[in-house]
Design a protein around this ligand. Sequence first.
Ligand code: GLN
Ligand code: ZN
Length: 764
Amino acid sequence: MTYSTTAIGYPYIGGEREWKKVLEAFWRNELTEIDFLQKMKEIRLARIDKQLRIGLDIVTVGDFTLYDRMLDTAVMFGLVPKRFGWQGGKVELQTYYGIARGNQDAVASEMTKWFNTNYHYIVPEFEGQALELTENKILADFLEVKEAFGITAKPTLIGPYTFCKLTKGYDKVSQVAFILALLPLYTQVIKELVTAGANWIQLEEPALVTSLDETEVKLVQEIYIQLAATVPEANIMLQTYFESLSAYKMLIELPVKGIGLDFVHGYTHNMEALRQFGFPQDKVLAAGVINGRDIWRANLAEVSTTVRAIEQLTSAEELWIQSSCSLQHVPISTALETKLEPVLKNALAFADEKLVELTEVAKYLNEKNHATNYTISESMKAIEALKKHPVRNNQAVHRAVQTVSTQDFERQSDFKTRQRIQQQALQLPLFPTTTIGSFPQSDEVKRTRSAWRKKQLSDEAYATFVAQETKRWIEIQENLEIDVLVHGEFERTDMVEYFGEKLTGFAFTEKAWVVSYGSRCVKPPIIYGDVAWATPMTVKETVYAQSLTNRYVKGMLTGPVTILNWSFVRDDIPRKDVTYQIALALRKEVEALEAAGIAIIQVDEPALREGLPLRTENWGAYLDWTVNAFKLATANVKDETQIHTHMCYCEFNDFIEPISALDADVLSIETSRSHGELIASLHIRPYEKGIGLGVYDIHSPRVPNEQEMLTIMQDSLQVLSTNQFWVNPDCGLKTRKEPETIAALANMVAATKTLRQQIQQSTY
Ligand code: GLN
Ligand code: ZN
């Protein structure tokens, strides 16, 4: 048996976020296209160099992007929405970024979550257009690395089934046409790679771990049979990740040279399947044994045992040892962290450390070399040390979670009763306007915060600055005549980090960034201990903002499930328990806000849907405890107090019931990029509670006009009643610039006023 190490993919942002900086400089016209491409090439090659130096046997190319890999694939095949006026041939960067971000003439393509991760990709749109290969980018990447390092890398592509599955715009009939048009292009790309000398070509098919019905399995088979027929010379590594392979028995026989399985997230089922059905002798098994989604150091003894167990169940002669998925979901290196507590830091492994773990396991297994034994036992000691840390042993918190009872989840009265009471108490106008929470974080805001963090600015001076900014925006909102105001979240860098810093059990890194979408990066906190409320977190800012105006100001909290899903979470206790710990802490904050006179409290849960298991059969259990966690955080208020929640990229359509079960009085939701679908689904399944359908897309600098928003509102009123309908942008505004924000909100309020008039006229 030989063991080779590889990564399915490696992060592209760079330890100092060089990638983001170069990209954004290009957008600001500070770099010419030539300089931009040159700098990107340097970043691309530096990461290959690093992986080679760590000693990885097979390095991957094609895992790099100038924005998003789904978008790359779409553009490569000429899948450019007509509204961008592309005429064929090479797709210029301007068009490429137009699709991603929108421009003055055309709205951006929809963005949605990449499986159950916090990464969002651009959804390709099939409009019946003829497909063509515009440029074989993967080949260029392959040749670039060959030239620079003299190596034969493993090119990776998003596989045809997954690509097709995530593209929108076809129905059952045109799907066939779409696939028939797509496959020859895949064939061509692969052929060119093989001709250029590629030994292996990785096709990423994470869609194969979702629940597949019989027709879907058939389709996958047909796709791969056709590929095998048209490029028999290619060694295809069919890569799956995030869960166990669905329909194992059928799919394991696909005519490919290798199959990659996730033995971390899909451990139980993949092992069972191996035991039951074996693994074809003529294929290479790529075993994902190091967790590509978490940041914890692996117990290398256990990993080696897993590899041995896998080995015994296969007759394969070659085994690849790899991360369970692309390492793009974890930060670059713990070496960049200078401030973490040593027991914690020692128990962490980011991308580079995970690659080292892979090479250590391979060395250990290949050579049975005792030098590596040392590394193996070190990993166990590090994990053990963290377990004993007092931060993991807060008995009061453990007890509180154990004694939660079903009553703790319920509001005093049902929604209808509360709605009546709240209408009377709050006296809001028809179609109340509001925003989602944050206002633009100007350069000045960011500069001031970073000066304060570096202790160049006193706490007082910083607080004064934040207060001024809040006051300025309260005035702006009053001038805009928005009905329910927000304080603007100027004190927050990030909606999870802010709370994490004030609760116990969290740790923060300096450089542990991961991409959320496009150039937007997030630095998730690490929940490594028990979570408890220590002090009011939002009361001062909210009460101050409320004191400046007669309109209502919403209290603004991040929900327990979002805090969980947007953090790196300890793996020694169930996720449910961690979430209940957070919920109990937030419950205290909700009580404190209410006691301070705040009448409307929004608890954001944009990541609730994100954590959904990939297999529908596991949804029920997840939704059970996540919905309860939200209720645990919010149920303990008076009937008069209005609880809002907010979600983005929700694909509300198949999710109305759990959302309703949250029992929030008002929900605001991202829909502006997929509005029509939502309206259609509300036709079928009505929603009774308060709801604000985002009337414009905040992920684009484009200012929508009044008529556009009015149309969306009018459409929405076909499926929503007038007394439940709120008007708001589709997400927080912190990434936008001030002038475009004010212009868009002015149009939004104007559209609302027009709508109110229209409704009044029609009722008289
Ligand atoms: N209240 C947050 C904000 O406005 C919500 C952000 C989000 O949904 N991602 O920024
Ligand atoms: Zn949002």
